[in-house]
Design a protein around this ligand. Structure first.
Ligand code: GLA
Length: 384
């Protein structure tokens, strides 16, 4: 399948640019198993890459100019060095330009290039379609320009572009997942030190599966609410006199809460501190080979996002409760929130039953039907 896709993105390059691509670079979308909104609090996350990915067939241009074509809309975006100020390239092309801009900001001479882009990462579903685009473009430019950019530095470069060029105040979760994940593993990332540990995540041999349920809820208020959550966390850390909420331990949580006089800040803090702890406990269970045991932590994480961090919506909560009622060991929303996807940990043989229970619950409420797929832990970004 990937060979076909490879052929197709290289062939598309040929038909769009009447030339031959020098190579094809891919980068996946991701789901986050647990650890939501902890990344910009210097905390812990545990994503894994999904098989859906963005592919970029690319060739170098002699000048510092860029032409990017996307199969999603058949559009070609062109830009030069003159457009490399934030806001210079609008729309989806901004994600491409952001990578060029960020490489240059970090002192790397990003080569001019033609890029033909295809992707099967669902858009607007909280599966990191943008990070997969940025990461694939980054891989292409680094290799085409023979730039010596260590892999551990790449996520921060893509994140810099997204923060400063695109203007989204996201943390480092998505780009780290897309670039650093390994097949068959979840990525345990310390977002302060950027140290990673690849945690074996072998669902199949435990007879389990992760069902991804795209709530298909209209993504609303995402940017503003995301920025508001981030601001609240920063305000809480400042009020507590710590660099980030990561520095509040679970043991110190009650004291910290007593020192905050704002109930919203208290609840945001409680989510972050307990969520960091849930990530650590999830990692412990996986290290011990107890995949099923992580279910209750997933469900507790969802309750915390719903009640304390207030980032879920009706469709998402319904998918979680319907999945649990149908026998899932655990279920939670994944990603930034206000829509997006739910992960349900299920017995492989029960996946269909859980899927149809969620579909039925949606139908009863006349919600747009959810889309579902079973996720396996796929490889991170690489050249084909
Ligand atoms: C979005 C952001 C990430 C992270 C998640 C929530 O995906 O891009 O940086 O904050 O939300 O965990």
């Amino acid at each position: 399948m990937s060979e076909l896709a490879n052929e197709s993105s290289a062939q598309r390059f040929e038909s769009v640019f009447s030339g031959t691509a020098e190579g094809t670079w891919v980068a996946p979308g991701r789901v986050n198993l647990i650890g939501e909104h902890t990344d910009y609090n210097d905390g812990f996350v545990l994503p894994f890459a999904i098989p859906q990915r963005t592919e970029v067939a690319a060739a170098r241009l002699p000048e510092h100019s860029w032409e990017a074509w996307s199969a999603l809309n058949g559009e070609t975006v062109r830009f030069t060095e003159d457009d490399l100020t934030p806001g210079g390239v609008p729309g989806w092309g901004a994600y491409v330009a952001s990578v060029v801009w960020a490489l240059r900001e970090r002192g790397y001479d990003a080569p001019g290039a033609r890029l033909a882009i295809t992707s099967d990462v669902p858009l607007g579903a909280g599966l990191s379609s943008s990070a997969s685009l940025e990461s694939a473009v980054l891989g292409a430019l680094v290799d085409l320009g023979r730039l010596d950019v260590p892999v551990e530095e790449r996520p921060a470069i893509a994140q810099l572009g997204e923060n400063k060029y695109v203007g989204m105040p996201s943390g480092i979760l998505d780009q780290s997942a897309s670039i650093r994940c390994r097949e068959g593993h979840a990525l345990f990332l310390d977002c302060r030190s950027l140290a990673v540990e690849h945690i074996p995540f072998d669902l199949a041999s435990a007879g389990l599966a992760i069902l991804v349920i795209n709530s298909n809820a209209p993504h609303q208020l995402v940017d503003g609410e995301y920025a508001a959550r981030r601001a609240s966390c920063e305000a809480a850390a400042a009020a507590l006199g710590v660099p980030a909420l990561r520095d509040v331990s679970l043991d110190g949580l009650d004291d910290a809460l007593a020192r905050l006089d704002d109930d919203v800040l208290r609840r945001r803090t409680r989510h972050i501190v307990t969520e960091n702890d849930r990530v650590l406990r999830t990692v412990e269970l996986l290290r011990a080979g107890d995949v099923r045991g992580i279910g209750p932590l997933m469900t507790a994480s969802h309750a915390s996002m719903r009640d304390d961090f207030e980032i879920t919506v009706e469709q998402v909560d319904l998918a979680v409760s319907a999945a649990l009622e149908a026998g899932a060991f655990g279920a939670r929303m994944t990603g930034g929130g206000f829509g997006g996807c739910v992960l349900a940990l299920v017995e492989t043989s029960a996946a269909d039953e859980v899927r149809s229970a969620v579909e039925k619950a949606y139908a009863a409420r006349a919600f747009t039907p959810p889309a579902t797929f079973v996720a396996t832990a796929a490889p991170g970004a690489h050249r084909l």
